[in-house]
Design a protein around this ligand. Sequence first.
Ligand SMILES: Nc1ncnc2c1ncn2[C@@H]1O[C@H](COP(=O)(O)OP(=O)(O)OP(=O)(O)O)[C@@H](O)[C@H]1O
Length: 278
Amino acid sequence: MVELNNVNFKYKNKKPLFTDLNLQLGTGFIYGLLGKNGAGKSTLLKHIAGLLYPQSGQCKVFGYTASQRIPQMLEDIYVIPEEFELPSIALNAYTKSNAVFYAKFSYEQFNKYLTEFELPADAKLSTLSYGQKKKFLIAFGLATNARVLILDEPTNGLDIPSKSQFRKIVASALTEDKIIIISTHQVRDLENLIDFVVVLENGKIIFNKNIAEISERLAFEHSLAGVPASDILYHEDMPGRKAGITRNRSGQETRVDLELLFNGVIKDTSVINSHFVK
Ligand SMILES: Nc1ncnc2c1ncn2[C@@H]1O[C@H](COP(=O)(O)OP(=O)(O)OP(=O)(O)O)[C@@H](O)[C@H]1O
């Protein structure tokens, strides 16, 4: 489990970003971490990876204090950052020298992911495109079998077929003992992949719900024609129509439109959240 308890954090010469931040992420789930620019997503992920420390409060990863970055924790956490640099060596040479840090690294899985992403194992990393490098890191990260996998904007630079391969590979890599956290602005890339939607706004968790519960309680409508105003929780004006979020009147689960949900949560946080009060 990843657990943040009453975390307080501020950057030097800035106002506090996290004030008594609490968050628990359980195993066996994929979390989509969403938020506007500057909301604090990368800062939160750096806390989990132990790269930034709370000024007070605790951040624990499977019981280890993240900031201590002890080897047992480090071999169980893998971060794919948004920006990265890779050395000018062959892909398989990089893998050989880095896989040793991860006791559960699987070459079998790694080779399978490389094949799916159409990456040649003998290619030199410096000769790969940005998207290919990203796919290499995703393949490596998943093959570490680290129990916590953090992906910051993983689909940036991925072409359309690679995005669906990405979803397939990540879904297949999830096991009951793992926690996968994906932070992105490309919300559509997370559809049919994530189990929880976590929205961060100005350093606060303003929404944290399971997708099944969201689709049970809310409905995402392409057109709001004929929907009584009292059922509409959030709407957007589109050319010739209104789209929006309504109460789920039919009782049937509907597809969660993550873009509408995100916009609705940001604009009408309390209205959306009030529909989850039991
Ligand atoms: N090294 C730093 N020093 C000072 N302030 C910082 C630093 N890094 C981030 N910040 C500030 O902290 C806040 C949160 O930044 P953070 O990078 O965590 O946001 P984010 O949600 O990841 O944003 P984005 O979606 O743009 O990547 C912002 O106001 C940012 O300006």
